[in-house]
Write a protein that binds this ligand. Structure first.
Ligand SMILES: Cc1ncc(COP(=O)(O)O)c(C=O)c1O
Length: 394
């Protein structure tokens, strides 16, 4: 049996591996606090569930349009049009099973051998995995702690060149909680237009911000014909398991993306799309309450982390992750995360699993109860004290 080299180049998401290790510990009776999770710990709002169930009962259980239902695409276009002040045609919207296929299709459509793709480092690990899969050259765009996990302008100017086909942005950002500023987006747009490259703007956490304002690069001059907006229902509506996302594509790309859908999954289940329609058109109070709760937990977690001697932690501006610097422990981030899980029963993700520039940090999700966060803080404090004493004794 021969397995292609391309498939063997695919990477993975360490969140799934850490979850498996934590579950194995739990099976042996160890109590683990789960801070590795990348999904809201809230239920899908009841009116959204009810819409999905009603659609199932009404027989919406057959093949549908590969591009997505016209009603949902209209609602998505109106939503984006309203908040970004843009005129978005529902024909530019492609509904996908979760948002991940938007990443896959965009990278497949724009990059191949000999092409360069810029991606944030640290960043969602699937970007780099897919760039390598298509045979393109991944070019890391470092995000700096000292700049609240944003890029350096001179460095971005240096990295974008004649071989750049695509620039990937993610704001609010996983794993750091960083949010790009208006000036950051201006520069990306200026460079994308000048070098005639596309931008994939991953905005899946856009509703989850704490004082910062989320803006889309799509609004910048010259960007409508070169921007793909990746978005979806997983995070804002606590719908990770429904698998419902979408992309807003430049018109010229849509027929290709629809063919990719036909070649891979045919269509998104109709009842899932009905649930999505209810999420967009219905009351938004469940989302607002969830973001308020995340804001309170962020305060609890970040203030707690900042009190631990040897830890440094910036305030995340969005999403539900803190990304403390753990170099004061004397360990590298992978060893630190292993020690935290194995010895202290706290599951986090090593920063370097999000790329080389994540080294020295761990990602801590605050999608967990205040009681669990409090317990985790106590254990992290104890772990740091023990590690620092060990380092001093050496
Ligand atoms: C930055 C980012 N983009 C995209 C996704 C994928 O979302 P979905 O579950 O809708 O495929 C995630 C999920 O964790 C994410 O963190």
């Amino acid at each position: 049996m021969h397995i292609t080299e391309a498939v063997q180049r695919l990477g993975s998401e360490s969140a799934f591996e850490v979850l498996a290790r934590a579950r194995a510990l739990e099976a042996r009776g160890v109590e683990v606090v789960h801070l590795e999770i990348g999904e809201p710990d809230f239920p899908t709002p009841p009116h959204v569930v009810a819409a999905g169930v009603a659609a199932l009962e009404a027989g919406d259980t057959h093949y549908g349009s590969p591009q997505g239902s016209p009603a949902l695409r209209r609602a998505i276009a109106e939503d984006l049009g309203r908040r970004a002040g843009l005129n978005v045609d529902p024909e530019q919207v492609v509904v996908t099973p979760g948002a991940k296929p938007v990443m896959f299709f965009t990278i497949l459509a724009f990059a191949g051998p000999g092409d360069e793709v810029l991606y944030p480092s640290p960043g969602f690990p699937i970007y780099e995995s897919l760039i390598r899969y298509v045979g393109a050259t991944p070019v890391a765009l470092p995000l700096y702690e000292a700049r609240d996990f944003r890029f350096d302008y001179a460095e971005l100017r240096r990295l974008v060149g004649p071989r750049t086909r695509l620039i990937i942005l993610n704001s609010p950002h996983n794993p750091t909680g960083g949010v790009l500023t208006a000036a950051d987006l201006d520069l990306v747009a200026e460079l994308a237009v000048r070098h005639d490259c596309a931008v994939l703007s991953d905005e899946i956490y856009r509703q989850i911000v704490y004082g910062a304002t989320h803006e889309s690069v799509l609004t910048r001059p010259g960007m409508a014909e070169r921007t793909v907006v990746l978005d979806g229902f997983s995070k804002a509506y606590a719908m990770t398991g429904w698998r419902l996302g979408y992309g807003i594509f430049p018109p010229a790309l849509v027929p290709h993306v629809v063919r990719l859908a036909i070649n891979s999954y045919s269509c998104v289940p109709g009842f899932v799309q009905q649930a999505g329609l209810a999420a967009l058109r219905g009351p938004q109070d469940a989302m607002a309450a969830m973001v308020d709760e995340f804001r309170a937990r962020r305060a609890l977690l970040v203030e707690g982390l900042r009190c631990v001697p040897g830890l440094r932690c910036r305030w995340p501006q969005g999403a539900f992750y803190a990304f403390p610097n753990v170099t004061g422990s004397g360990l590298d981030d992978r060893t630190f995360a292993d020690e935290l899980l194995g010895t202290h029963g706290v599951a986090t993700l090593a920063g370097s699993s999000f790329g080389a520039h994540g080294a020295g940090h761990v990602r801590i999700s605050f999608a967990n109860s205040p009681a669990s966060l409090g317990k985790a803080l106590g254990r992290i404090g104890a772990a740091m004290a023990a590690l620092r004493a060990r380092a001093e004794a050496r």
